[in-house]
Design a binder for this molecule. Structure first.
Ligand code: HEC
Ligand code: HEC
Ligand code: HEC
Ligand code: HEC
Ligand code: HEC
Ligand code: HEC
Ligand code: HEC
Ligand code: HEC
Ligand code: HEC
Ligand code: HEC
Length: 453
């Protein structure tokens, strides 16, 4: 009896029952899927919008910027960026706003917080360099500039930034620097060259003994033929044996067939940290898979499938930086934008070619790396050390970052500022003379002579 009734009930309600069951199933699957993506690497469903040009590579590492309950902390930004802002003597550091006379300004825009000007995941309102404030935001604090500087009368506030001023880095643009570099030649006869000196510094703590293949320290069974190029390399020359790179970093004794950058770090710490801080290595720095050409937003050679690591530019085991491969050809194996493609028609490439062939002195040529991986001199333990800066983003934007440490080794400041302001020259990779002129130097000169009177 009861069974009959139950069957009848079931039969009449079967549609509803199925609906309920499928609803439970869908919710369950959705929960599993979302939990999985939150814990796994694919957290894209929780992103409110596409990441900025600077951060999209690491946008799945939410915890690099977000805390669990407390939003985005200022410290997150500072952890990764404060060193570079300090190094360029940031023109608007927090302590300038700690001055009570300037406190009023902060009611317009809280310039002590990075996220007042750089929010994330908002492609619609994001300008170059991750800037999310209106183009004329300088007006908030400098609306009376024309009173102090009559030369600025009538200048629109959306033109302050770019060729004449930056918000953070004015290393090549501040007044005293302009005055110091008036009336220079466009191109000097003799470039300023910086020599690499790693060998001299390494020699201080290591016995230098040239090694041959007979003295290799690879364990038995390793295919020595694969390491053949090592014998003629600067590593063999400096006594760096196979195990210096091939030892497992944890136990230092077992063989690793394909060592990664951690093996190089023991001796080349600064090159590795530079690489990890820029767009070639930033994913590795966050523990993500290496960047590849397939993931890029910028134009890359089709089917390149190339992965970014030290060997992208340095051929194991040659590690020679003398050939063209490292500083030009390797770059063009991946990069395929208008600017990169135009390089081989530029006077800079002509000079670089002559340098490689020994037709002109070392240091006269300009490769991709001359501009993008420049040599820097740093002080370390009382010694002056030359480092090849492997963060190719450190001097990339804003563009005047290249002025002092790159262009001005060979060109005067006036020519440099004009050339860097010229969009067409970026596209044709500096193959013409500049067709724009920046008035900063004349303005600084005028003010100087007026002040003298
Ligand atoms: C490079 C740093 C960075 C990373 C990585 C990052 N975020 Fe954000 N996120 C921000 C900033 C900055 C804001 C704006 C904060 C504010 O306005 O207070 C933000 C805002 C948000 C918001 C609030 C959106 C809104 O409009 O208010 C959500 C949700 C969010 N992020 C989710 C995520 C998730 C999920 C991930 C990882 C998949 C992630 N974020 C990775 C920096 C980051
Ligand atoms: C885990 C390290 C990390 C954190 C955290 C981080 N950034 Fe970045 N940021 C980078 C890297 C790496 C780049 C790309 C290389 C470059 O442009 O210097 C970048 C790029 C940028 C750029 C764009 C530069 C350009 O030329 O396009 C800005 C602006 C910026 N970050 C600001 C911030 C702010 C503000 C925060 C805090 C909300 C923040 N970053 C958090 C590592 C980080
Ligand atoms: C009042 C607005 C404002 C604030 C606040 C601000 N920025 Fe910027 N930031 C800019 C602008 C504008 C640029 C574009 C380049 C320029 O003009 O300097 C920029 C560029 C950058 C760049 C690109 C590299 C460079 O040297 O210019 C980085 C990195 C950066 N900001 C990080 C930060 C960090 C970290 C903070 C917090 C400590 C911060 N910014 C606070 C406006 C701001
Ligand atoms: C939140 C307020 C604020 C904003 C926004 C702001 N500034 Fe400033 N700026 C200041 C303060 C404060 C000083 C320091 C004045 C002093 O030292 O007497 C300063 C100093 C300067 C200086 C001279 C100091 C130096 O070291 O070179 C220049 C140039 C400058 N700002 C340009 C700009 C430009 C261009 C913008 C827009 C991209 C801008 N500022 C946006 C507050 C601001
Ligand atoms: C300066 C660091 C360094 C030194 C020194 C070095 N290697 Fe390597 N070796 C590497 C790197 C990095 C790779 C991985 C290359 C790659 O991923 O394409 C490699 C790869 C190899 C491989 C595997 C190649 C393959 O394609 O499977 C062998 C075998 C090898 N090395 C043998 C040697 C021998 C033998 C020596 C000493 C005579 C030596 N290596 C010295 C860095 C080094
Ligand atoms: C045990 C220390 C040591 C390790 C580990 C090491 N190197 Fe070196 N490296 C040196 C020394 C010493 C030189 C020689 C400098 C010179 O000749 O001027 C050198 C030179 C170089 C050069 C310049 C070569 C030239 O001829 O211009 C490159 C590039 C290089 N190393 C890359 C790497 C890479 C990539 C790794 C990791 C796969 C690595 N090194 C691991 C010590 C090391
Ligand atoms: C984008 C290409 C590129 C990548 C990737 C790259 N390098 Fe380099 N590296 C160069 C170029 C170009 C030079 C030579 C520049 C010069 O002579 O001015 C160089 C020079 C060097 C030198 C010689 C520095 C000196 O002072 O003598 C070392 C060591 C080195 N690289 C190590 C590394 C290590 C370790 C990695 C991986 C973390 C790496 N490189 C990744 C392009 C690259
Ligand atoms: C294995 C491929 C590969 C090689 C080799 C390589 N790059 Fe890159 N490069 C990339 C990728 C991928 C990016 C990130 C592009 C993106 O995020 O859209 C990048 C980014 C850059 C950027 C930053 C662009 C930006 O807008 O922030 C510069 C500059 C650059 N590379 C220059 C060079 C130079 C110079 C060389 C040679 C010395 C070189 N690269 C070698 C793949 C490569
Ligand atoms: C004379 C110096 C110089 C030389 C040589 C040079 N570049 Fe550049 N490169 C620049 C400047 C300046 C920019 C513009 C930065 C900006 O404002 O976005 C740039 C931008 C780039 C960018 C970013 C493009 C974009 O659309 O954002 C890449 C990638 C790049 N260069 C790669 C290369 C490669 C690869 C070579 C060699 C084949 C090379 N560059 C040669 C100075 C140079
Ligand atoms: C190592 C020296 C050196 C460096 C570094 C260098 N240049 Fe040059 N540049 C030259 C020389 C030499 C010429 C050729 C001049 C000639 O043929 O009249 C040249 C040519 C040019 C031209 C073409 C001039 C014309 O009339 O055709 C431009 C534009 C230019 N450079 C801009 C730059 C910029 C911008 C930078 C920095 C990002 C830079 N250069 C870095 C040496 C250098």
């Amino acid at each position: 009896m009861y069974i009959d009734k139950f069957l009848l009930w079931t039969w009449t309600n079967i549609k509803q029952l199925l609906l309920w069951l499928s609803w439970i199933l869908v919710t369950l699957l959705l929960t599993i899927y979302l939990t999985h993506s939150l814990l796994g690497q694919d957290k894209s469903d929780f992103l409110p919008g596409e990441g900025s040009h600077g951060h999209y590579q690491i946008e799945m590492a939410c915890e690099a910027c977000h805390t669990t309950f407390d939003g985005v902390k200022q410290e997150a930004c500072l952890d990764c960026h404060s060193a570079e802002l300090e190094a360029v003597d940031d023109s608007h550091p927090n302590h300038k706003f700690a001055d009570p006379r300037n406190a009023e300004m902060l009611s317009m825009i809280d310039a002590q917080k990075c996220i007042s000007c750089h929010v994330e995941h908002r492609p619609g309102m994001t300008r170059p360099m991750g800037v999310t404030v209106p183009a004329d935001f300088c007006i908030y604090c400098h609306k009376d500039i024309a009173d102090d500087r009559p030369s600025h009368e009538g200048m629109p506030f959306d033109t302050c930034r770019g060729a004449c001023h930056n918000y953070h880095d004015n290393k090549a643009l501040y007044e005293d620097f302009l005055v110091k570099n008036l009336n220079q030649e466009d191109t000097y006869g003799e470039p300023v060259t910086i020599k690499r000196n790693f060998m001299e510094i390494y020699r201080l703590n290591h016995p230098m003994k040239r090694l041959t293949m007979k003295e290799h320290d690879a364990p038995e069974g390793v295919n020595l033929e694969k390491g053949h190029d090592w014998e003629d390399s600067s590593h063999a020359n400096a006594g760096v044996n196979c195990m210096a790179c091939h030892a497992n970093q944890a136990d230092r004794t077992t063989w690793v067939d394909k060592p990664d950058h951690t093996g190089c770090q023991n001796c080349h710490d600064l090159e590795v940290s530079g690489f990890l801080a820029g767009r070639h290595g930033m994913r590795l720095a966050e523990g993500l898979s290496p960047m590849t050409t397939d993931m890029a937003r910028q134009p890359m050679k089709a089917n390149a499938h190339n992965e970014l690591n030290c060997m992208s530019c340095h051929k194991a085991h040659q590690y020679s930086t003398v050939q063209r491969h490292t500083a030009v050809d390797s770059c063009l194996k991946c990069h395929d934008d208008e600017h990169s493609r135009a390089y081989k028609a530029s006077p800079h490439f002509r000079l670089w070619n002559e340098e490689v062939k020994g037709q002109t002195a070392k240091g006269n040529g300009v490769s991709c790396a001359t501009c993008h991986l420049p040599r820097e001199v740093i002080k370390q333990g009382g010694l002056k050390r030359t480092v090849v800066q492997h963060n190719q983003n450190l001097n990339l934007r804003p563009r005047q970052k290249m002025a002092r440490d790159v262009c001005m080794n060979c060109h005067g400041l006036g020519f440099t500022l004009d050339a860097l302001a010229d969009e067409e020259l970026v596209r044709n990779n500096y193959s013409d003379s500049p067709s724009v002129h920046i008035e900063s130097l004349e303005m600084a000169e005028k003010r100087m002579s007026k002040n003298k009177k």
